[in-house]
Design a protein around this ligand. Structure first.
Ligand code: TXA
Ligand code: MG
Length: 334
């Protein structure tokens, strides 16, 4: 039996499947299988307040998941789907509270990956899929990462390394009397400037709104994406390594064990071995290798992992990368 046929069979039997996408690997379940949806939360140890993104193969399938499909959603989907853009819109009855954490909105996106699209098409039902990592931990960008995380408990569809390497951009669309309020809830590989530029070329009226109440944006926690070794971000590139070790040893005592339910990773002993997270100067490449590097450098088992923030780390895509790095860090040193 081919791999996709096997995945379809598992999904149709209320099981979950690891699935490649162009952003990161996902852990997929049929949206109508309560058993499989619950399995996602339990295997990830994910709290129920963190909603799941629904993956669709087409705009028409997206329409079946939402209460209303506004013109602006159609414009954005026509332009950027399949691709790394999740649209948050009022949900239809088809979408359960388990998927949306009881919110009236649902996140939908069409992934730009042939395996993911074929899987959704063959199952004939949208798939809810969070990133395929344990809650609070580093996201996976290779099939092997998913296998390392869940072992033989999860069947993983093989695919290439994720093209973008960081998660989709999450965009909240709120209808107002004669316009739309747009808010980026999670920065991703599709940039706000690209969305803005496209919408300006249409006749749609919209405005950007920076902050929304915390209730509309659950799952945006202070810590996330954490590797197994404490990550320390050094904002002062001139600081000596010996100084860093002393400061980390000292500050360690002040760190809480958990923040918002996410375990804060601490060094196991006095710091002796430091490894560096070195990312490409090109942000596209840096995003692509970020999670993979966080995993592989951690495997060398240093006491801490250090990332030095440099002046050229500027620009929109670096902001998306730093959103992940700061959440993954146990400590930030000035
Ligand atoms: O690129 C991606 O989006 C990947 C791939 C697998 O598609 N998926 C992903 O899912 O990153 P996950 O579960 O790791 O992150 C989903 C986040 C939630 O934590 C939340 O911040 C936001 O998307 N989200 C989902 N549904 C939402 C909703 N109804 N309202 C507000 N935010 C929502
Ligand atoms: Mg995730």
């Amino acid at each position: 039996m081919d791999q996709i046929a096997k995945a379809v069979e598992l999904l149709n039997k209320n099981d979950i499947v690891g699935m490649p996408t162009e952003t990161v690997y996902g852990l997929a379940a049929r949206i109508d299988s309560e058993v499989a949806l619950k399995k996602i939360f339990s295997i990830k140890q994910r709290p129920f307040f963190d909603p799941l993104i629904v993956h669709v193969d087409s705009i028409s399938q997206a329409k079946s998941c939402v209460d209303e499909w506004p013109m602006i959603a159609d414009e954005l989907a026509q332009k950027f789907w399949p691709g790394p853009l999740t649209l948050i819109l009022p949900k239809s009855k088809r979408i359960s509270d388990l998927i949306t954490s009881g919110l009236s909105n649902v996140g939908v996106r069409s992934p730009n990956h042939p395996v993911a699209l074929e899987l959704i098409q063959k199952v004939g039902c949208p798939l809810a899929a969070p990133s395929a990592n344990k809650f609070g931990k580093t996201s996976p960008t290779k099939a092997q990462h998913v296998k390392d995380e869940f072992g033989s408990d999860v069947f993983v569809l093989e695919g290439d390394s994720s093209h973008y390497g960081i998660e989709s951009t999450v965009l909240l669309i709120a209808k107002t009397k004669d316009s739309f309020d747009l808010t980026i809830l999670r920065k991703g590989s599709l940039l706000q400037s690209e969305i803005n530029q496209h919408l300006l070329s249409t006749s749609i009226s919209f405005r950007w709104v920076d902050s929304v109440d915390k209730k509309s944006s659950p799952g945006q926690l202070k810590h996330h994406y954490m590797p197994n070794v404490p990550l320390v971000i050094c904002r002062n590139p001139h600081r000596k390594l010996s100084e860093v070790s002393v400061m980390v040893d000292e500050k360690l005592k002040e760190l809480p064990d958990t923040v918002e339910g996410v375990q804060i990773i601490k060094p196991k002993r006095k710091i002796q071995k430091i490894e560096f997270l070195k990312l490409s100067d090109d942000p596209t490449q840096a995003a692509r290798e970020l999670y993979s590097q966080l995993r592989s450098v951690s495997q060398r088992d240093p006491d801490i992992l250090c990332f030095i923030q440099l002046p050229h780390h500027q620009g929109e895509l670096w902001e998306s990368i730093f959103d992940r790095l700061y959440k993954a860090a146990s400590l930030v040193l000035d």
